[in-house]
Design a protein around this ligand. Structure first.
Ligand code: SF4
Length: 198
């Protein structure tokens, strides 16, 4: 019988819970683990967002809170392993250094100011619209060859702006990257980049 790593831990966990180990009574410890680690825990398979390797991860959540993450032993790419970056993915969720408010540094300023989301989103929207309106290109002349091989110039529709570029962050998941690239292309942005290159 083939036993997966996850099943092995389940079986061995059950065995430890029911047997005295080296004379110690593990009942109180297992009760605590049962309360905090196993009870109501929901394992959710997902993909590491950090790079294009696409390693599988399992996120364990209980009562709406992520309590642990690990490499997915059933995933064909990484088979349970992660690199150091993937192993640190838990801190995306639980990190005392995580910024919770937008920071803005005005042009030529030497310091950052806290702003609320309404101000920041309005500012971004206005700047994108202004830049796009001022730089939008609808058509472009390109060289081509006709059926006789002679070079000629034709005008083609391009509908783009070269003045805006976008850069997605590694914490974006597949669905967020899809929406983000759709938005960029709708706006006519052609420089669409993301550090994970999913
Ligand atoms: S960052 Fe590491 S764990 Fe994440 S996909 Fe890349 S190699 Fe895998």
């Amino acid at each position: 019988m083939k036993v997966t790593r996850r099943e092995f831990f389940k079986i061995s966990g059950a065995a430890v819970a029911t047997l005295p180990v080296l004379g110690f009574d593990l009942t109180p410890a297992m009760a605590q683990i049962g309360d905090y680690r196993i009870k109501n825990v929901q394992p959710v398979p997902t993909i590491c967002p950090y790079c294009g390797c696409g390693c599988g991860l399992v996120v364990y959540a209980a009562d709406g809170k992520v309590i642990s993450t690990e490499g997915d032993p059933d995933h064909p790419i990484n088979q349970g392993a992660t690199c150091a970056k993937g192993a640190s993915v838990f801190q995306l969720h639980d990190n005392p250094r995580r910024m919770t408010k937008p920071l803005y540094r005005a042009p030529y300023s030497d310091h950052w100011e806290e702003k609320d989301w309404d101000w920041v989103l309005n500012e971004i929207a206005q700047r994108i619209k202004k830049t796009r309106d001022e730089t939008f290109i609808t058509t472009e002349k390109v060289k081509t060859r006709d059926e006789t091989g002679a070079e000629r110039e034709i005008e083609i529709t391009v509908n783009r702006t070269d003045a805006i570029a976008t850069l997605g962050g590694a914490a974006l998941d597949n669905e967020e990257c899809y929406l983000y690239s759709k938005l960029a292309r709708i706006l006519g942005i052609v420089y669409v980049e993301h550090c994970a290159r999913l």
